[in-house]
Ligand binder design. Structure first.
Ligand code: AMP
Ligand code: MG
Length: 288
C-alpha cells in the first residue's frame, strides 16, 4: 500500500543544498556521502523520483518542440559511484529522440591528435536536445593530472580553457549541470565486491579501479581544484551524496527538474489555421 501522506514536493532546495559555493575551496572529506534530505526513507525518495521524472519528461518534450535551448549534463565520479545506474534509472528516462548519452573513455589516437575539447564539442547538445556526458572534458584535469599523462604546464592551463568553452556553450543557450557522485571508500569497496560476486558484472572489473583507490588523495585534490576553479552560475557543480542509490537518483532528478522549470521551455506558436484544420477534419468525418 502506498503511503499517500508523502509530500512529493517537499520544500527543500536541492540545488542550494548540494551546489558548490562559488569561489570557495571545497573539502570533500567534510561533505557527507550518506544523506536522506527531506525524505522519510527509501520509498518516499523513490516515489518523489518517479514524480520528478514525469515532470522532466514533459519539460523535455516542451524544450524539444521549442528547439531553442539545450541542456548538458556532466557526470563525474570515482569508479562504482553510480554513473551508469543514474543514467539507467533517471536520466535515460528522457525521450531518446531528444536525448543522448556520450561515454568518454581513454582517448583514441585520432582524438589525441586534436585538442582535448575536439571530441567533447562534437557531443554538445543542439537546440532542443539534451546531452549526457558519462565522464567528460574534466578527465583532462583529473586522471590526466593524477596519472601525469601531460605535464602540469599543460593541464594547468586547461581550467581556463574549460571555463571559456562552457561560457561559449552557455552563450548559445545551453544550460550546463555538473554532478559529482560522492561515495565513501567503504561503500565503493562493497560495490567492488558485488561486482566480483556477480558474473554479469565481471565485464566491469578493472585492476585500474584499485590503483585509483591508492591515489584517492590525489584525485580528491584534483576534484577540489575543479570545484574551485570551474564553478559558475551558468555551469554549476553539485556534489551528490551517493552512498544511498535512491537518494542519488532522487536528488539528481530534483535538480534536473528544477533547472528545466527555470528554463521554462514553451511549446512553439501554432502556424496552422486551426479553424481550417477543424473544417477539413469535419469534411473527412462526413465521408465516413
Ligand atoms: P569507465 O568510465 O569506467 O568505462 O572508464 C573509462 C576510463 O577512461 C576511465 O578510467 C577514465 O579515467 C578514462 N578516461 C576518460 N577520459 C580520459 C582522458 N581524457 N584521458 C585519459 N583517460 C581518460
Ligand atoms: Mg570503470
Amino acid at each position: 500500500m502506498q503511503d499517500t501522506t508523502w509530500d512529493l514536493n517537499p520544500k527543500f532546495d536541492f540545488r542550494d543544498e548540494h551546489g558548490v559555493r562559488r569561489g570557495k575551496k571545497v573539502s570533500l572529506a567534510k561533505i557527507p556521502t550518506e544523506f536522506e534530505g527531506p525524505f522519510s526513507g527509501k520509498e518516499h525518495g523513490v516515489a518523489f523520483k518517479e514524480n520528478a521524472i514525469d515532470e522532466i519528461r514533459d519539460l523535455q518534450y516542451q524544450m524539444f518542440t521549442e528547439a531553442k535551448q539545450s541542456l548538458l549534463i556532466v557526470l563525474q565520479a570515482p569508479d562504482a559511484a553510480g554513473k551508469d545506474g543514474l543514467i539507467r534509472k533517471v536520466l535515460g528516462q528522457m525521450n531518446p529522440q531528444g536525448c543522448r548519452t556520450y561515454p568518454f573513455k581513454v582517448p583514441s589516437s585520432e582524438e589525441l591528435a586534436h585538442d582535448f575539447l575536439w571530441r567533447i564539442h562534437k557531443a554538445t547538445p543542439a537546440a532542443g536536445k539534451v546531452s549526457i556526458f558519462n565522464r567528460s572534458h574534466y578527465e583532462d584535469v583529473l586522471v590526466v593530472r593524477v596519472e601525469d599523462i601531460v605535464p602540469k604546464s599543460v593541464w594547468g592551463q586547461r581550467y581556463e580553457i574549460i571555463n571559456d568553452f562552457e561560457k561559449l556553450l552557455a552563450h548559445r543557450g545551453t544550460r550546463i549541470l555538473k554532478f559529482y557522485l560522492h561515495i565513501s571508500p567503504a561503500e565503493q569497496l562493497e560495490r567492488f565486491k558485488k561486482r566480483l560476486d556477480d558474473p554479469t558484472k565481471h565485464w566491469k572489473l578493472n585492476a585500474g579501479d584499485y590503483e585509483a583507490r591508492l591515489k584517492a588523495d590525489l584525485y580528491r585534490e584534483a576534484y577540489e581544484d575543479v570545484f574551485e576553479k570551474c564553478n559558475f552560475r551558468h555551469a554549476p557543480w553539485y556534489i551528490i551524496p551517493a552512498d544511498k542509490k535512491w537518494y542519488r537518483d532522487a536528488s539528481v532528478a530534483a535538480i534536473v527538474r528544477d533547472t528545466f522549470r527555470e528554463m521554462n521551455p514553451q511549446l512553439p506558436p501554432v502556424d496552422a489555421d486551426l479553424d481550417e484544420i477543424r473544417r477539413l477534419y469535419q469534411r473527412e468525418l462526413g465521408k465516413q
